[in-house]
Design a protein around this ligand. Structure first.
Ligand code: GLP
Length: 236
């Protein structure tokens, strides 16, 4: 893993932008894996402020809540439209369909999309408990797209975006860890001291399914962009 400690999320976004710009220039970004959460917003703002052209690029998002549709303002469809797609058109945008009630059908559909669109660069944030996408602690490193139950800590953390904690969906569709690991390059952003334990475990501790992001130690090309607070528990 290559670790970059940046001053703040603006500097982090600039670094992320420069990697994407170079990949587009080299024609090595055809499929772009995208993430939601507050963390990548500054990066998406930087992309939308740029003249980068994504009209030949396919996007594949990590996950979506189950039970809310694209027009719900907390759905990941809505988030992506707001922060990126409405301003930067892509060739096509793929996200799991949170309104599909047949989980097997939806997971198979999404795995087929990932199989036919191998991800060149995957953007990641990280949950306070070390989750990536919605792969919660305990998720197998061999997982592909699954219907997952969100943990109490994730429901709690994500409730800040909903009117009440009771409104937070309890389930989601998430790309699996194996699918994330199949991306050629991964860029993970993390800011703030709430992420410090997860970042320490991800980088320095022995990989364990208790901390899903630690799987990334087994990937050849991971760029970690963190601020000082998120890096504050690193010892090496
Ligand atoms: C959600 C998303 C993750 C994201 C995490 C952290 O659970 N499924 O992809 O990394 O939240 O969110 P934030 O960046 O807001 O801290």
């Amino acid at each position: 893993m290559k670790i970059h400690i940046v001053k703040d999320n603006i500097e982090g976004a600039e670094l992320g932008y420069s990697i994407i710009k170079e990949a587009l220039e080299n024609k090595s970004l055809n499929v772009f894996g995208l993430a939601t959460g507050s963390t990548p917003i500054s990066f998406y703002d930087r992309l939308t402020a740029s003249d980068l052209d994504f009209t030949d690029v396919v996007s594949v998002n990590l996950d979506e809540y189950i039970g809310i549709g694209a027009d719900h303002d907390q759905s990941y469809h809505y988030f992506m439209n707001e922060h990126l797609f409405a301003k930067k058109p892509f060739k096509v945008n793929h996200l799991p369909n949170g309104l599909e009630t047949d989980a097997q059908k939806e997971c198979d559909r999404y795995d087929a999309i990932i199989a036919s669109n191998p991800i060149d660069i995957q953007i990641l944030g990280i949950g306070e408990n070390g989750h990536i996408g919605f792969n919660e602690p305990g998720a197998s490193f061999d997982s592909t797209t699954e219907k997952v139950s969100l943990t109490e800590s994730t429901i709690q953390a994500n409730s800040r975006n909903f009117d009440s904690i009771d409104d937070v969906p309890r389930f989601a569709y998430s790309m699996g860890i194996k699918s994330i690991m199949s991306a050629k390059k991964i860029i993970l952003f993390a800011y703030g001291e709430k992420k410090a334990d997860a970042i320490k475990g991800m980088i320095e501790d022995t990989p364990t399914t208790d901390l899903p992001a630690s799987a990334l130690q087994n990937h050849q090309d991971v760029i970690v962009i963190v601020d000082e607070a998120a890096a504050s528990k690193l010892t090496k």
